[in-house]
Design a protein around this ligand. Structure first.
Ligand code: SF4
Length: 486
């Protein structure tokens, strides 16, 4: 499968709009998860208060992240975990590879983790001759299909049951069947064998508790529990923003995250891991390694507007609510993080030069902000990034997108004209004449009429929607007429 990039969001989106199967799958996602979320929210007496509390905890943590990270590292080390620090993706992959190689291991299982997707860990391990097996059903399907996830929580949402059945027949040699029970039992049989053989288990982390050095991982399939307890070595890759101060804070996030993501009151499994197993007879790994990864997060932390991006708990609710994501799906974003939060995080992770279209992949309707359990103001972030695209990176350290001379010229001319009343009025008159030349199928000057085709470059607007023509007389002219009459 061709892997899309964020550089070509517009083109990717056009292709996605032509895919009826994808559109059907996405409609389902929005209604199923969106509706379930609405019901789940009503089971919490003070949902808004809970959101406020979560945001306050995140803000407090981010304001003192250095202190909380040190406390987490100390407490996790005291419980027997080994802490590693990674500045970027290459360092994080290098640490994982070194740990696996030093143990002469070649059987690696993995649970779903956005952090490991972000650093392209599987590709790094495969380049070194290791083939980690994804154990989350959706991730495993994606791995078999050699595709990338299209949703933070439901990675294979773009695939239909029929497509999965065909994939299993082709890759696993099972009899063709569209019975979900048959497909899942085939997956279970094969994955159980991988778990039994595994020497190293790799996971992500949902929350790291500074007070105790505990990591929490949420899931529904039980594969995380097997990944983190059956192999002798467990490696957890964790972004530094996953820290929360106290164990009691989990109460807030455990109420918010499952309800926001999948509309569940609680996920089926919550694995709380504090260091290694304490006695040889106990279950659990003999070694626990936690890789604390920066990979651009310090840059986000440094700026007062972008800092809130780090409050994200990866619930996926903003994707389900977003009218753009609902139409084009996750692959169009060409990045590991799709949807509204992807349009915000990806430019900050890899720079605007490769992602300049993403901050524009939004109608700014605010649906994402409405559903976000930690009250991230995504539209504000998108506008901030748009200003970075146009003005350059004066206010942050994000790699610039490169300026577009024509666009800059147009906006400067616009600002120049709009700040001079006479010029503005004269410009309006000229535009009213010119629009008669530019209009092709429009009903000229008719109140309530529309222009359906404008000449380039304004034709980019009317390619997808109609434009209103300027009124035959401006407000100022009508005002003057009225004054004369009195
Ligand atoms: S931005 Fe908010 S809604 Fe979107 S994934 Fe993050 S926490 Fe969830």
């Amino acid at each position: 499968m061709k892997h899309l990039t964020a550089v070509t969001f517009d083109e990717n989106a056009r292709q996605a709009l032509l895919d009826p199967q994808l559109r059907g799958a996405l409609r389902n996602l929005a209604t199923v998860f969106g509706d379930r979320r609405k019901v789940a929210v009503t089971t919490v007496p003070d949902w808004e208060g809970l959101r406020e509390r979560a945001r306050a905890i995140k803000d407090e943590t981010l304001a003192h992240l250095d202190r909380y990270l040190e406390a987490f590292a100390d407490n996790a080390a005291q419980a027997g975990a080994q802490i590693h620090w990674a500045r970027d993706a290459a360092e994080a992959c290098g640490i994982v590879l070194k740990l696996v190689r030093e143990r002469n291991a070649n059987k690696v299982v993995k649970s779903k983790s956005m952090a490991t997707e972000e650093i392209h860990l599987n590709e790094a391990l495969e380049a070194a001759g290791l083939f980690p097996v994804e154990t989350d059903l959706g991730e495993w399907i994606i791995q078999l299909a050699q595709e990338t996830p299209s949703h933070i929580v439901v990675p294979a949402i773009h695939k239909s049951k029929r497509q999965i059945a065909e994939l299993f027949t082709e890759k696993l040699g099972i009899e063709p069947s569209d019975d979900v029970a048959v497909l899942t039992s085939a997956a279970r049989r094969i994955l159980r064998q991988r778990f039994a053989e595994a020497e190293v288990g790799i996971s992500g982390v949902n929350f790291g508790v500074a007070e105790t050095g505990t990591i929490l991982i949420l899931e529904n399939e039980g594969n995380v529990r097997l990944t983190t307890s059956l192999p002798k070595v467990h490696i957890a890759v964790m972004g530094i923003e996953k820290i929360i101060p106290r164990l009691v804070d989990l109460d807030v996030f455990l109420k918010l995250l499952p309800r926001s993501g999948t509309g569940q009151r609680l996920t089926a499994y919550q694995s709380l891991i504090t260091g290694t197993k304490k006695r040889s007879a106990e279950e659990g790994p003999e070694e626990v390694h936690i890789i604390l990864m920066d990979n651009g997060r310090s840059r986000m932390l440094a700026h007062p507007i972008t800092r809130q991006s780090l409050a994200c708990i990866r619930c996926g609710a903003c994707l389900n609510a977003c009218p753009v994501y609902q139409q084009v799906g996750g692959h169009a974003y060409g990045s590991v993080y799709p949807g509204p939060i992807g349009a915000v995080i990806t430019p900050q992770l890899i720079g605007l030069s490769k992602t300049a279209q993403l901050p524009y992949a939004s109608s700014l309707c605010g649906a994402c902000r409405e559903v976000c359990p930690v009250k991230i103001d995504i539209p504000e972030l998108l506008l901030h990034l748009r200003s970075e695209v146009v003005e350059g990176p004066a206010s942050s350290m994000i790699e610039p997108a490169g300026r577009k001379p024509l666009e800059r010229f147009i906006f400067r001319a616009y600002a120049f004209t709009w700040s001079r009343p006479r010029l503005y009025e004269w410009g309006g008159r000229v535009m009213r004449v010119l629009q008669r030349l530019a209009m092709r199928d429009g009903r000229i000057g008719k109140v309530g009429g529309f222009i359906s085709t404008l000449l380039p470059p304004l034709g980019a607007w009317t390619a997808w929607r109609d434009a209103r023509p300027l009124a035959p007389r401006s407000f100022r002219e009508q005002w003057r007429d009225q004054q004369k009459d009195h």
